[in-house]
Design a protein around this ligand. Structure first.
Ligand code: GP9
Length: 412
């Protein structure tokens, strides 16, 4: 009953926004192109090294897009698959393992299924082995018409694990241009995968003292991916899809580099604990609307669980009855009291950052002032939010592990 209550509260919040927000349905009938970027963190966006921009194409795209710079990944052990679940099914990852590999037979209220009910085609694109992360099976469950995996692509730009993102995007646009519209296309990039060492011919950024380090290779890799995004936008424009589509991308998870020194050198200052948390969890979320409206940088807190509700809201497809935990981020007014919950039980609400105790002792929990990163002397300021975080995690776990998503849908 408690879990159902959590889903009901979120459904009510989405209904409320759908009923009052002028952006609900503003882009009805548009295609949705959603790109999940491998290990792409937000701390690189807009940065320069030796005077050279690390992400010049994203910087340019931001000029007519909404960019959320207080957006976080919510993944756990299931890494890329957790990000996929969060964005497409608006559910939390499990405390151990991956929902994709453990519970692919269970039911989910996915973005693909919801859009298909609304007459959309829905396809997934990822140029790697279809069985990795159990995607073949899970993508059936999530309701895609087709999953274009490695076999569907010509490996004409061999790079890293598989096909380079530039060719992957190019071939994917060709495939989606042949789809009936409106469609939902979900693309997963790969070239910036750990350990990031791309061939010298692809390394076009002068990373100075970082040359030859994993951190330097990471900067090179995201610079390549940024160029691939620039080409993707050009290809979507050339195919006549850009102005008919809501285009969104987000980073899936952190880069697993666990030495803070290069981050601090790169950013030019020491990072306190709260800043480290935000760098570790911070991934970009960019939304380009078909008419290029509402461009700007948005500070409101959000996370991967909010991606599907954001798309549905803009398309005017009500999601209040769905067993989803997120809320739309592209709204005229941000939702008051919004919390971004992490698998550890940590949360961010834009005012505080709460980090639960690693040893389970309540006196070791930490409650930070979000703006300054300073520890709040009175940790009880975070207590109500911490309880809500636990409620969200428990509700999600119950729905996932006991196959209770259908039972969590709110009755009309
Ligand atoms: C492979 C890819 C990587 O298909 O999505 O997943 P990860 O190792 O980052 O979880």
């Amino acid at each position: 009953a408690e879990a159902k209550e959590v889903f009901r509260e979120r459904g009510d919040a989405r209904d409320q926004l759908d009923a009052t927000d002028p952006l609900f349905g503003r882009y009805k009938g548009s295609n949705v192109i959603l790109v999940q970027l491998e290990a792409f963190q937000s701390f690189v966006v807009g940065q320069r090294i030796g005077g050279q921009p690390v992400t010049p194409n994203i910087d340019k795209l931001k000029a007519d897009s909404l960019y959320f710079d207080n957006f976080y990944h919510q993944t756990a052990q299931g890494r890329t698959s957790d990000a996929d679940l969060a964005a497409n099914a608006s559910l939390q990852p499990l405390p151990s393992g991956s929902v994709f590999t453990r519970f692919a037979q269970h039911a989910y209220d996915s973005l693909a299924l919801t859009l298909k009910d609304g007459g959309y085609a829905a396809n997934a694109f990822h140029a790697y082995d279809g069985g990795f992360w159990n995607r073949n099976m899970m993508y059936d469950t999530l309701g895609y018409d087709e999953f274009y995996s490695k076999n569907a692509y010509a490996i004409d730009e061999p790079l890293g694990w598989s096909l380079g993102d530039k060719s992957f995007f190019k071939q994917s646009v060709r495939l989606m241009a042949a789809q009936p519209q409106p469609f939902y296309s979900f693309l997963i990039s790969l070239s910036s995968h750990h350990p990031y060492a791309l061939p010298a011919s692809v390394q076009t950024l002068d990373v100075g003292a970082f040359k030859g380090t994993m951190f330097g290779d990471y900067l090179e890799a995201v610079h390549y991916v940024d160029a691939a995004i620039g080409q993707l936008v050009g290809e979507l424009k050339a195919a006549g899809l850009w102005e008919r589509s809501i285009f969104m991308f987000y980073g899936d998870h952190d880069n697993s580099i666990d030495d803070w020194q290069p981050f601090e050198t790169f950013l030019g200052h020491r990072l306190n604990d709260a800043e480290r948390f935000r760098v570790l969890k911070g991934v970009p979320f960019l939304v380009h609307l078909p008419d290029g409206a509402r461009a700007g940088t948005y500070r409101q807190a959000g996370g991967q669980l909010d991606v599907a509700p954001t798309a549905l809201h803009l398309l005017g497809i009500p999601s209040g009855g769905k067993a989803m935990l997120g809320t739309p981020l592209v709204t005229a007014q941000p939702l008051a009291g919004k919390e971004v919950v992490f698998r550890s039980g940590a949360f961010i609400d834009g005012k505080v950052l709460y980090v639960p105790p690693e040893d389970g002792l309540p006196e070791h929990s930490r409650c930070y002032d979000f703006a300054s990163g300073g520890l709040l002397p009175d940790a009880s300021r975070c207590s109500p939010g911490a309880q809500d975080a636990v409620r969200e995690l428990q509700a999600s776990d119950l729905a996932v592990t006991r196959d209770l998503v259908p039972a969590m849908r709110r009755e009309p």
